[in-house]
Design a protein around this ligand. Structure first.
Ligand SMILES: Cc1cc(N2CCCCCC2)n2ncc(-c3ccc(F)cc3)c2n1
Length: 253
């Protein structure tokens, strides 16, 4: 399968403002530590700058009429990182809302999460829950953070819930369809937009890293060498331009 790797997003085909826009864009925001290392700064400097990129890209996506932007902020595997790095990362949602909540409200952005947020530190959880509550009536872009999320664990959880519902007679075996299975995943709350149309990964890595494995079955994939802190509004428009020039078949001919 030919994977697209944009060498220089600024020189690809132009984005058509009147063309098709992916309803759901998912991003693996990779390369923050390497970006900082290139600048002879600590890794956490890259994470902090990456947080600023989150706000910039969310506002841009909101203006381009993207419906859902799912961002892989913290994976179930990230707990293995050094304690001081994990502690710093757990502070970023707090910093994010401290600084950007007014702008999120001005742009009618709704915050949601996927993942086991109940396992986050109390202070982080409270700030995230408060942001979800405060933005719940907003009708613009859904800014969906994958926090303490892992796709295989999500699929296993869904499988166990389905097994329980079959055992209790709530569900019969022949009622288990793609659509019913999807309803047991965290992303079911996204309704018609639960499957990403476009999945972007920065920093040159070409892997899914346990992200939206079920949901991304038919997603267009876009890989760019740029590190996440360098990912600009121009970079996003270049990815959307590439999406506009793909012919999606959903398994058909
Ligand atoms: C753990 C973590 C790491 C994190 N990074 C910055 C982006 C690059 C990836 C790693 C570091 N960012 N950036 C924003 C958030 C966030 C999460 C939830 C929320 F409701 C509001 C903001 C965030 N969370």
């Amino acid at each position: 399968m030919a994977l697209f790797k944009s060498e220089n997003p600024k020189t690809e085909m132009p984005f058509d403002e009147n063309g098709i826009v992916p309803a759901h864009v998912a991003i693996i925001m990779d390369g923050n530590g390497r970006w900082a290392k290139k600048k002879l700064m600590p890794r956490v400097y890259g994470h902090k700058e990456g947080m600023n990129t989150v706000k910039r890209i969310a506002i841009e996506a909101s203006g381009l009429d993207v419906k859902v932007l799912t961002l892989y902020a913290f994976s179930t595997e990230n707990w293995k990182r050094p304690t001081d790095e994990v502690n710093f990362l757990m502070g970023l949602p707090i910093d994010f809302f401290d600084v950007f909540m007014p702008e999120l409200m001005q742009n009618n952005i709704k915050v949601t999460t996927i993942g086991w947020i109940d396992q986050l530190p109390e202070k982080t959880l409270k700030v995230v829950q408060n942001a979800i509550e405060k933005t719940k009536d907003n009708t613009g872009l859904i800014l969906n953070f994958a926090l303490n999320y892992g796709s295989r664990a999500e699929i296993l959880q869904a499988t166990k819930m389905i097994a329980r519902d079959v055992a209790t007679g709530k569900l019969s075996e022949d009622e288990i369809t793609d659509e019913v299975f999807s309803g047991y995943l965290f992303t079911s709350v996204l309704g018609e937009w639960q499957d990403p149309d476009l999945l972007i990964r920065t920093s040159g890595e070409i892997r899914l890293s346990n992200f939206l494995l079920w949901q991304a079955a038919y997603s267009e994939m876009y890989f760019t060498e740029e590190f996440w802190p360098d990912f600009s509004t121009t970079s996003l428009r270049a990815a959307l331009a590439e999406y506009q020039h793909r012919n999606r078949r959903f398994g058909g001919i």
